[in-house]
Write a protein of this length. Structure first.
Length: 485
């Protein structure tokens, strides 16, 4: 295996380390399988058996999709802990990719709710482990101060969006022409291809990617295994006893994430390891955590409400051929690929004159609320009567909102983090996404295609109010941030 120095001096991939090509590929295929599966998941759950679905009540189906998405981001916290204490980022990434593939195979081959339960649990756990660690391994390819770093991450995230674009197109086509299990099977094949190319190129990643930053003492490992088994047994018992059901799954995930987030904040704020300035910065993150959760609770409805809307309200006729429902999920990645560099260039051009981080959170949250209000002019268009171009325009606003808030959220959590709690603050950022995603399922249970005006009005209006409240708090937040911008 190459040494870290060799890797960071490597220029074999368009001037970048060869390992970047490997990570680009595995992330592209993982996102291909993830978004491809997610694009057909909701309709698989609520379509009747005659259409190849499971016939679950629509509101319960949307709750399951939201809860699953929330669990993915919750699992990123677990994946980060495993990487930091047990396996290192590279091995955690590799084993997580295997778990993802197993999940897609389960969805493709196992019948009914058994396949859904096993498949979604594996994909959520695997994607959570892969998500943060792939980014971490990219960082190990570059020395501190390496001017290629930003360009390297840009290339890497192009892989994310390329996979997000292709996945819904191909799995949706497979589902429409051959059935749901072929769609899920294609997602499994995509992940298998990613694993094969990743395995071939693992030697190009260097030893630094496999380092365990804070190894767990061997004496504590049996205790951790015991805790993990108890948690798994408790989850199984709650499901088998009927305490946790498809109808309340989203609610359960919301409450669990809120409880974990409160504990995280309290542990950090009451610690003697942080200074008064650090405590102030953590406090400043609380209103932005809330705004982030509000934003994601709307944005992630692309997999719930927007999926139903595309199925039942959207005119998907393309020159006499009906477009698959999941193809709508490929619109956002195209906008991201085109406009992310434009927004980045605007912020660079503005330099110190660009909006502050709290203001970007305001813009993202308000734009997201406005995007929901843009559905209102189409509420009377009837069954499959809403024009595709109009939904594409709404998803463009989704994208602009995302580009205001999403890229700065993770950066902000690292800048506000106390020295002793850097990982935990990053975990809190992911928990805000987890909470919002689970909330997207909880909210979607109230959606009714026959009475859309109250839903879009209230949800959009609340998001705008949250954004305006954050705007009013900006002077106070800026003081609490103690010089962080």
């Amino acid at each position: 295996m190459s040494s870290p120095t060799d890797v960071r001096q490597d220029t074999r991939f368009f001037g970048h380390p060869r390992g970047l090509a490997n990570l680009f590929g595995v992330e592209m295929w993982e996102r291909f399988s993830y978004y491809g599966m997610q694009g057909i998941l909701a309709i698989y759950l609520y379509y009747e058996a005659g259409k190849g679905g499971l016939g679950i009540d629509q509101s319960a189906a949307l709750g399951i999709v939201g809860a699953y998405g929330g669990t993915v981001y919750l699992a990123t916290v677990v994946g980060a802990w495993v990487a930091d204490r047990l396996l290192g980022s590279e091995r955690t990434l590799f084993y997580s990719a295997i778990v993802v593939m197993i999940g897609h195979i389960a969805l493709a081959l196992l019948p009914g709710l058994t396949g859904v339960g096993v498949g979604l649990a594996c994909v959520a756990l695997g994607s959570g482990g892969l998500k943060g660690n792939a980014t971490s391994v990219v960082g190990t390819l570059y020395a501190e101060g390496d001017e290629r770093r930003d360009a390297g991450f840009t290339i890497f995230y192009m892989g994310v969006n390329l996979g997000g674009f292709l996945g819904p197109l191909l799995t949706g086509l497979a589902q429409k022409e051959a059935g749901f299990h072929f769609g899920f099977g294609l997602a499994a094949i995509g992940m298998a291809l990613g694993l094969i190319q990743y395995t071939i190129g693992r030697k190009n990643l260097g030893a630094r990617a496999s380092e365990v930053p804070n190894p767990l003492p061997a004496s504590q490992r049996p205790l951790m295994v015991g805790v993990a088994l108890v948690i798994v047994a408790a989850i199984v018992a709650l499901i088998m006893s009927g305490v946790v059901t498809p109808d309340n799954l989203a609610d359960v995930v919301v409450y669990v994430v809120i409880a974990i987030s409160v504990v995280y904040f309290l542990v950090i704020l009451t610690s003697r390891k942080i200074t008064s300035d650090e405590r102030s910065r953590v406090l400043s993150f609380i209103p932005m955590y809330i705004a982030s959760a509000a934003f994601w609770s709307l944005y992630q409805q692309q997999s719930t409400v927007v999926a139903v809307y595309s199925d039942e309200r959207l005119d998907r006729d393309l020159f006499g051929w009906t477009m698959p429902v999941s193809w709508v999920n490929s619109i956002n990645p195209v906008f991201i690929i085109v406009f992310a560099p434009v927004i980045a260039a605007v912020w660079t051009k503005l330099g110190p004159k660009q909006p502050s981080t709290p203001m970007k959170f305001v813009l993202g949250t308000v734009l997201m609320g406005l995007a929901f209000l843009l559905f209102l002019p189409m509420t009377g268009t009837g069954q499959n009567g809403s024009p595709l171009i109009a939904l594409a325009g709404i998803l463009f606003v989704f994208t602009m909102a995302e580009l205001m808030l999403s890229p700065v959220g993770l950066s902000l959590s690292t800048k506000l983090a106390p020295a002793a709690f850097r990982t935990q603050m990053v975990a809190l950022n992911f928990l805000s996404v987890s909470l919002g995603t689970a909330m997207s399922g909880k909210l979607a249970k109230s959606y009714d295609v026959h009475s859309e005006t109250p839903y879009f009005s209230i949800i959009g209006g609340v998001a705008i109010v949250v954004g305006l409240l954050l705007l009013a708090l900006i002077p106070y937040i800026r003081r609490l941030m103690k010089g962080v911008h």
